[in-house]
Ligand binder design. Structure first.
Ligand code: FRU
Length: 718
């Protein structure tokens, strides 16, 4: 492979070549105590930490199992940790260090004759950052033969008021240096394949395009063997020179040299042949080909396609580098991922937002015949502002030159949801605005043209509560499908919601603090604008961790929302969108049966990997009706009228004396629906690949199953 890596500047520090026989280990902090080291204060405790401490972000980059980690009790506590006296016998002292960046207060010091002669500190001096330890070394030739003490100090209590240290070694060999590095590519293909090591130090990687935009990412580059390969989409720059610049890399890192150009993931990168068939790839839930996703963004129907944008980290298994990924579908279930459309820029990372079709061309960005698709997103920089981008083909997007369209209100303002309000013939934006003391508010704006926004009203926590948190959604729904009885619903990211009225200016709640979905790991859902048949379609971020895969997290099933009258008032309902029925392959209709304790299992003859189960149950005298689906338990507790999904309880009232239950099981989770959609329980779960069994039993009495249907589902990726 052509290695065009050019070192453009030598810089900084570094260290931990493998510990070798002639090295002298000063401390590896693998014991239960600090041994001969002396601790003062409380930040260091009585012995080394084993990795990450409670409430700390994941610590990585240390050697072995133990390390010094002064996050004990959080950032508040302070203290010192001093080595016994050592004799300097090698020209270099190398170690690993992380935590706060403060040479005085979160630091390691070398003390000779009572004087501090060397010091080092971690990399972090602002919120965010990394808990990864990095190699560092001191040249100590001038002190050879002298006595010294190594002192670790945590005298800081605020943000990043801690220090992490490990693997302190005296060595003859000058440790690898961290250097700035870069490599040029004459782009001939769509992607650069970038080697990733989960948990490696995040390197600042800048993509520089001759005369064009530059994108900055923080990437856990693999210096040696990668865990997986990310793809950097450079298709827009074919025929041009693209340079990847890295702020610092060990001078023996193979990361840049390993990057190759490729046109496809399948057949083009190691691990790519498995694309969409990886063991933990949800087979009927969307997930990105590579990297991390969180919130769905910009959900909209435009020119014959549903568009699903999403919070995407193309270069990491965890959250970071927020881009907007993009996928399209004609039926809401088969998605084609197209590639990222919004890249972090000098205004910040691309946080969540929404999309509208400007049918009347109020913005002038499209034409009457070809309306623009307009995206609203949060540029999460300093300041954090609301911005706009648009497209007239649904493929290529241009950021609006006069961004931002809404200036920072508070630093915690984000996630604009925009829609057309027909009665007032204006655009409305709902924005999450976190005010002083973390007070959560939703602020409304209106606009005639999508460019100019006027604030109109603010919900101050809604009826004395203060609960709707980030990612607002806001829409009108007909109660029981009756167009004469419509209500407005305002939701936050957890799907807790308020119901009320809206006059185009302000929202007046009639009921608030209502629980939405009743499961786990379902968050930041968003409804689709401009759905042709007027359904309120909804999709959520489904927090399904996929350990060991080159991707992580997914989306829920596409859902249809409704409002149903109950004794307490109208309540939100969730149902799988009817398009999901198109995935049915083989179906098993088991008809009615009576279920008695100890009786036969009506599902004994059925096995399935991707399951849709539908049942209508009259509980009779049974105390419990228990389904087992590929090892997961979905039980109905008749007395409590609760659905219990793998131990997780949710209210599920009988309706007309019956429980109508729908359960979907994919490789990464279950989604259960009951009580005509009043009960929706999404839950991450990984069935054992070889367990395809299904069962149902009654306990404590006899129940009647009126109908029982199992549908084996087809993969959406076929
Ligand atoms: C919700 C959220 C949003 C933000 C986005 C950033 O999960 O925190 O408020 O815009 O994620 O990725």
């Amino acid at each position: 492979m052509p290695i065009a890596a050019i070192v453009i500047a030598a810089a900084l520090v570094a260290a931990p070549v493998a510990f070798s026989a002639d090295d002298i280990l000063i401390a590896d902090f693998e014991g239960d105590t600090y041994g001969a080291w002396t601790a003062t204060g409380s930040a260091f405790g009585s012995g080394p930490a084993r990795g990450t401490l409670p409430s700390q972000n994941p610590v990585s980059g240390f050697a072995g199992k133990g390390l010094v980690n002064s996050y004990l009790g959080g950032d508040g506590p302070t203290g010192t940790l001093a080595s016994p006296e050592i004799t300097i016998e090698r020209p270099y002292i190398s170690f690993l260090i992380g935590g706060g960046r403060d040479l005085e207060r979160t630091a390691v010091q070398l003390v000779v004759d009572g004087a501090v002669v060397r010091r080092a500190t971690g990399p972090n001096d602002r919120p965010g950052g990394t808990e990864a330890l990095e190699p560092h070394h001191w040249d100590v030739k001038e002190f050879m033969g002298r006595k010294a003490v190594i002192r670790i100090i945590d005298a800081a209590s605020g943000g990043w008021g801690h220090v992490n240290v490990d693997e302190i070694v005296q060595t003859d060999r000058r440790p690898a240096m961290l250097v700035a590095a870069a490599r040029d590519f004459d782009v001939t293909k769509r992607f650069l394949a970038v080697p990733i090591k989960n948990g490696a130090p995040k390197r600042n990687v800048t993509t520089v395009v001759a005369g064009g935009p530059a994108v900055r990412n923080q990437i856990e580059l693999a210096d040696a063997e990668p865990d997986w390969w990310a793809v950097m989409d450079v298709g827009a720059w074919k025929g041009k020179k693209v340079t990847l610049q890295v702020d610092k890399l060990p001078d023996d890192s193979r990361a840049l040299a390993a990057i190759e150009q490729t046109d496809s993931i399948k057949g083009g990168i190691p691990g790519g042949d498995d694309l969409y068939h990886e063991p933990l790839r949800g087979q009927f839930h969307f997930s990105p080909r590579r990297g991390w996703n969180n919130d769905p963004n910009g959900c909209v129907y435009y020119k014959g396609e549903y568009h699903l944008f999403f919070q995407h980290n193309p270069y990491g298994w965890a959250w970071g580098n927020m881009h907007w990924g993009h996928a399209v579908s004609r039926d809401l279930v088969h998605w084609e991922e197209l590639g990222d459309v919004l890249f972090p820029d000098d205004m910040g990372a691309m946080f969540s937002g929404s999309a509208v079709v400007d049918t009347a061309n109020t913005s002038g960005l499209g034409t009457a015949g070809s309306p623009a698709l307009v995206l609203f997103y949060t540029a999460a920089g300093n300041p954090t502002v609301q911005c706009m981008a648009w497209s007239t083909d649904g493929r290529t997007f241009t950021k609006y030159a006069a961004n931002p369209v809404v200036a920072e209100i508070t630093h915690g303002n984000r996630d604009p949801k925009v829609f057309w309000h027909e009665p007032t013939k204006r655009w409305v934006m709902v924005l999450y605005v976190e005010r002083a003391e973390k007070k959560r508010t939703m602020q409304f704006f209106t606009s005639p043209n999508l460019r100019d926004w006027t604030p109109t009203s603010t919900t101050e926590g809604i009826a004395g509560t203060n609960y709707l948190y980030e990612c607002p959604d806001f829409f009108e729904l007909a109660v029981d499908g009756d167009p004469a009885r419509k209500k407005w619903v305002l939701l936050g990211a957890s799907t807790e919601y308020a119901i009320g009225t809206f006059d185009g200016v302000s929202f007046t709640p009639e009921a608030s603090r209502l629980p939405g979905q009743r499961g786990k790991g379902f968050y930041a859902a968003q409804s689709f604008n401009d759905v042709p048949d007027g359904r309120r379609l909804f999709i959520g971020w489904w927090q399904t961790p996929t350990e060991g895969m080159p991707f992580n997290q997914s989306m829920s099933l596409p859902l249809e929302l409704g409002l149903k009258s109950t004794a307490a008032g109208p309540r939100l309902t969730f149902a799988p969108a009817r398009e999901v029925e198109g995935l049915r392959g083989k179906s098993h209709s088991l008809g009615g049966s009576s279920l008695a304790p100890g009786g036969p299992n009506p599902l004994a003859g059925v096995s399935a990997e991707l399951v849709e189960l539908r049942a209508a149950i009259e509980p009779g005298t049974a105390a419990e009706v228990v389904f087992t689906i590929r090892g997961a338990t979905v039980a109905y507790d008749v007395k409590q009228q609760e659905l219990v999904v793998n131990g997780h309880r949710a209210a599920a009232p009988l309706i007309d004396g019956r429980l109508r239950l729908v359960v979907f099981c994919d490789r990464t989770g279950l989604e259960a629906f009951a009580s005509d959609g009043l009960c929706y329980v999404p839950l991450p779960f990984q069935p054992r690949p070889d367990d395809r069994s299904l069962a149902v039993v009654a306990r404590g009495g006899t129940a009647t199953i009126d109908t029982l249907d199992i549908h084996e589902l087809k993969s959406i990726w076929e």
